[in-house]
Ligand binder design. Structure first.
Ligand code: NAD
Length: 397
């Protein structure tokens, strides 16, 4: 155990260090935002979040606990801090969330390991049985570049590419900070197959069956995975690309799971299409950081800006929280991207997209907020934190 001064070490869309106090402050802020939306709370609310340590999963866990005093079980895959090497931010986020839950007397169970494996599914079931009996809601929020098939041992790697044609598009070089053209060769059939195997619905199927067969889904339980559609400028690389193929598979799988849950436990499964936000996963997709930089500026100017916590509060209070009936689109999906996708916002994106270049991207877009938001994911540039003060990196959950 040693206290050290920790600074950001960033390359492109990766930061290899993180700050425990900054991560804790982020969690605290999200807890407060959700707290202001508190209304009636049920007697018990038990939530399993798969991918609970960062981004949308973390925000959903925080929202459930803060809005409804939910008991939560979180599954995540994070590096623990050791000596002078910091852990990944998800670990510090989880530690901060756990401290809050403990303080409020809420059950908080944390499982750090590969959610794609049978072992972690079984551990999760055992912990639910031991501490909660059953869960009322399952949020599925994994984002991963790889998955090992738990039955065959085959390793799949997602390959984010267009399908059919070479893709040429604008993107921000996050290292050198200029607008550049990115050329992406189209995916191979194998690349498409592997991306679907990582980010499609196969693992959600395995989770749902394991939870159902173990009897840990409560009567009426809901299962909610996340998807994204986005604007036309990202279609070739996102919705019509390999990742879009995976999301289509996830959406089709969810529709089938919905029927299974309905007949067995009077339950339901709904895709939630969320808006584009700054997370570690979204930073890794070409074009998306530039789109988000433009989107944040336009949505802020229109007073409709939302971060993950606002989206997850809305998901629970308007759609899937206790007693709520979700509003669905024609394909049966919850649309939290409704404010992002309105014509007024998207027309502005279409207007700015051809104009944005290296000379003007800082004024046309909210790139500075993107950059700050990205650093904040790792606990840096958070207001009120003294970054010259040594901190302990070996936090226990
Ligand atoms: P994120 O990178 O912030 O979070 C990913 C989570 O998955 C983390 O908790 C991480 O620990 C966990 N994880 C990854 N691999 C794991 C493994 N093998 N075992 C256990 N846990 C593992 O990602 P995010 O952006 O919040 O994405 C979550 C979901 O939301 C994804 O389905 C994504 O497509 C969707 N989504 C994201 C956006 C966006 O703009 N970020 C928009 C719409 C939908």
């Amino acid at each position: 155990m040693a206290e050290i001064v920790i600074k950001p070490r960033i390359r492109g869309f990766i930061c290899t260090t993180s700050h425990p106090d900054g991560c804790a402050a982020n969690v605290k802020e999200q807890l407060q935002i959700a707290w202001t939306a508190r209304n009636t709370k049920p007697d018990t609310y038990r939530v399993l979040v798969i991918g609970s340590s960062t981004g949308y999963g973390l925000a959903s866990r925080i929202a459930a606990a803060s809005l409804y005093d939910a008991d939560t079980i979180g599954v995540f895959y994070e590096r623990v801090g050791e000596g002078k090497k910091s852990g990944t931010p998800g670990y510090y986020n989880t530690a901060a969330f756990h401290a809050y839950a403990k303080d409020k007397g809420l059950t908080s169970i944390n499982i750090n390991g590969d959610a794609f494996s049978h072992e972690i599914k079984q551990q999760t079931i055992d912990q639910i049985k031991a501490h909660m009996e059953q869960v009322d809601l399952v949020i599925y929020s994994l984002a991963s570049p790889r998955r090992i098939d738990p039955d065959t041992g085959e390793e799949y790697r997602s390959d984010i590419r267009s399908i059919g044609d070479v893709y040429v598009g604008k993107t921000i070089d996050l290292n050198k900070e200029f607008i550049t053209e990115v050329t992406v060769e189209p995916a191979t059939e194998e690349g498409i197959r592997e991306t679907v195997a990582v980010m499609g619905g196969d693992d959600l199927n395995l989770w749902t069956d394991a939870l159902l067969n173990a009897g840990v889904l409560a009567e009426g339980a809901r299962v909610v995975p996340f998807s994204y559609i986005g604007p036309e400028v990202t279609y070739p690389i996102y919705r019509n690309g390999t990742i879009g193929r995976a999301k289509e598979h996830l959406e089709a799988t969810t529709a089938a799971i919905h029927l299974r849950l309905q007949s067995k436990i009077d339950g339901a499964a709904y895709i939630s299409v969320n808006k584009a936000v700054i997370t570690q996963a979204s930073a890794a997709i070409p074009v998306v950081p530039l789109y988000i930089s433009l989107l944040y500026k336009i949505m802020k100017e229109s007073n409709v800006h939302e971060a993950p916590i606002h989206q997850m509060v809305r998901l629970l209070t308007d759609h899937i929280g206790p007693g709520q009936t979700p509003a669905l689109d024609e394909k049966g999906r919850i649309r939290l991207d409704d404010r992002e996708m309105v014509d007024a916002i998207q027309n502005e994106i279409d207007r700015l997209w051809p104009m944005v270049n290296t000379d003007n991207f800082r004024s046309l877009s909210d790139y500075d907020a993107y950059k700050k938001g990205f650093r904040q994911l790792f606990g840096f540039e958070v207001d009120g934190i003294d970054y010259d003060k040594p901190v302990e990196l070996e936090t226990e959950v």
